[in-house]
Design a protein around this ligand. Structure first.
Ligand SMILES: [Zn+2]
Length: 318
């Protein structure tokens, strides 16, 4: 608490390695994991009590979140790579297969198509893609570091590598009873988000949102201009207690710089932005006041979500 009461720090982050470790070791449904959740909960309770005792409740915002959930590893019908007909590690130049449910493969020169065809329908729970065909919604493959072949298992499914003939001896590498890294659409991959403090409305339950929005929320709370990012402050706006500073010209400019790859910009905060301000926004857009040198408006702005959000359809100029 001294960090706040004496050192006057603006942002402090704490990381808890649990209940992740226990979840991996014993599985998310195990008693060990439940006990660990209770222990972490007690730590959070202690933190909140100390915040209160130090008179920080009215000035300090506390956010508790995580980066993933946990799925029970299914031990039946496992994906045995060595049993896949015609698959051989001798066709592979580089592989990363021992780190959760995702696999990266670089086939040897000229063998990509062969390896792909061999693995493609090898197991109903195994998904194999060429890099360029990897599902866009996963925001994963568009990077030079990603290998030409990618694969992932359905929730709960890991692959098992066991001994193949020498010299390409492969051992079983997956022992965890709990795992994460599966498709983020799966409910068990969802994580938690709790926030309490003067910036947040009390007792509010919001719709699920993507964790990528947390960064811009933190920037907003700290009063700093975010670097380019893929989140949206508008998604987080409904949970904020006081949006009275939103909707001003400055705020609009700030929002607009967050147009994040120009897939369209959503702006929130009515009733401060009334219909009259919609034309003002239009005017700012046309005058390039949004700093949208890389974006332009492709159609009329429109109110959506019951008039709570203004949608600005933007498109990249470049
Ligand atoms: Zn983990």
């Amino acid at each position: 608490m001294k960090w706040f009461t004496e050192d006057n720090l603006d942002l402090v982050t704490l990381y808890f390695g649990e209940p992740d470790s226990t979840g991996h070791k014993y599985g998310p449904e195990s008693q060990e994991r439940k006990d660990m959740v209770s222990q972490v909960d007690r730590a959070v309770g202690y933190l909140r009590r100390r915040i209160k005792e130090n008179g920080l409740e009215s000035t300090l915002n506390l956010i508790i979140t995580s980066d993933h959930g946990m799925e029970t590893v299914i031990k039946e019908n496992e994906i045995y790579l060595k049993q896949v007909q015609n698959f051989s590690f001798q066709d592979i130049k580089f592989e990363l297969l021992d780190y959760g449910p995702n696999g990266l493969l670089v086939p040897k020169e000229g063998r990509l198509e062969q390896v792909y065809q061999t693995l493609k329908n090898a197991h109903p729970k195994l998904h194999v893609y060429k890099k360029e065909e990897f599902p866009k919604r996963l925001h994963y493959a568009n990077n030079a570091r990603i290998t030409p072949l990618l694969m992932y298992g359905d929730p709960g499914y890991l692959w098992v590598l066991i001994a193949t003939p020498l010299p390409f001896q492969r051992l079983k590498v997956q022992f965890n009873k709990g795992e994460h890294g599966f498709d983020n659409n799966a409910m068990n991959m969802k994580t938690i988000f709790r926030a309490v403090g003067p910036a947040f409305r009390k007792g509010l339950e919001v719709e699920p949102f993507e964790s990528v929005n947390v960064y811009v929320l933190l920037c907003n709370l700290l009063g700093i201009t975010p670097e380019p990012h893929d989140g949206s402050l508008e998604v987080m706006q409904p949970m904020l207690a006081d949006s009275s500073n939103a909707g001003t010209g400055d705020q609009l400019l700030l929002h607009a710089t967050q147009c994040s790859g120009c897939r369209g910009l959503y702006m929130g905060c009515p009733p401060l932005l009334g219909e009259s301000n919609s034309s003002e926004i239009m005017r700012l857009c046309q005058n390039n006041r949004f700093g949208v040198s890389i974006c332009h408006l492709i159609s009329e702005p429109s109110w959506c979500m019951g008039g709570h959000v203004l949608k600005l359809p933007l498109q990249c100029k470049g």
